[in-house]
Design a protein around this ligand. Structure first.
Ligand code: PEP
Length: 254
């Protein structure tokens, strides 16, 4: 089994206008000159995917280019789904990744595990890497249900065609997203070990899937979080909008 290359992905959520491409370009220039160990990705709003892919340039074969991703996709490739965007459209716009099952989409749009699974399958069909998010709420953690919840989400959100090459798992405790609160390294280690165990039990290449931690990763806590066993990188929200916040996180996984 090849070593897992670290992966740091920025989720810009509903932030960013054309002017923000300059910040992304600065990150791409830094990646080109410093050649970080981690693979890097940025997931802007859908309106910027094509423009960002063009602005960042680089060939998919370049290990130091910053790949672009979508934040969601529809399960179908085309059709009467006003306002939705398919995985094929993201691919056509230059995307490499798509986030599916983010807790904000699960909460705001009622996305179930079955919906997330269909979206992950769509990503694979289109040739995208699906970044599948799982995570417990604070009430579930307080009730001692964290591992049960994560196990259930993994079982039901991952399609059978998932493989290390086309799927990344992001563990994002809902209570840590955008709150400035993070789990302790021991809590992250416990969940990541459980995810790894589940993946190894179900997939021949379960040891090769990359597992990201996400939830209030910042320059001042990144080194500690990225050092946890089985943490292969980060899914970063707020701190991915500015190079001065994002870059120390990239360097934390060097
Ligand atoms: C996220 O939304 O995926 C996320 C991790 O956000 P933040 O880093 O802002 O908590």
């Amino acid at each position: 089994m090849a070593a897992r290359r670290p992966l740091i992905v920025g989720n810009w959520k509903m932030n960013g206008l054309k002017a923000s491409l300059a910040e992304a370009k600065a990150m791409a220039d830094r990646a080109a000159s410093e050649k970080p160990k981690a693979e890097l990705g940025l997931c802007p709003p859908a309106t910027l995917v094509a423009a960002m892919a063009k602005a960042l340039g680089g060939s998919p074969a370049d290990p130091h280019r910053i790949g672009v991703g979508g934040q969601d996709c529809h399960a179908r490739s085309s059709g009467a789904h006003t306002g939705d965007i398919s995985a094929e459209m993201l691919k056509d716009a230059g995307a490499t990744y798509v986030i599916v099952g983010h807790s904000e989409r699960r909460a705001d749009h009622g996305e179930t595990d079955a919906v997330v699974r269909a979206k992950a399958q769509a990503a694979h069909r289109a040739g995208l890497i699906a970044i599948i998010c799982v995570g417990e709420t604070l009430a579930q953690r307080d009730a001692g249900e964290t591992l049960k919840v994560i196990n259930g989400q993994l079982r039901a959100s991952l399609p059978d065609d998932a493989a290390a090459a086309n799927t990344v798992i992001a563990y994002e405790p809902v209570w840590a997203i955008g709150t400035g609160r993070t789990p302790t390294p021991a809590q992250v280690a416990e969940v990541h070990a459980a995810i790894r165990q589940d993946l190894m039990a179900r997939f021949d290449d379960g040891a090769g899937f990359r597992l990201l931690y996400g939830g209030s990763v910042k320059p001042d806590n990144a080194r500690q979080l990225m050092a946890v066993a089985d943490v292969d990188g980060a899914l970063v929200g707020g701190a991915s909008l500015k190079i001065n916040d994002f870059w120390p996180i990239v360097e934390a996984k060097n």
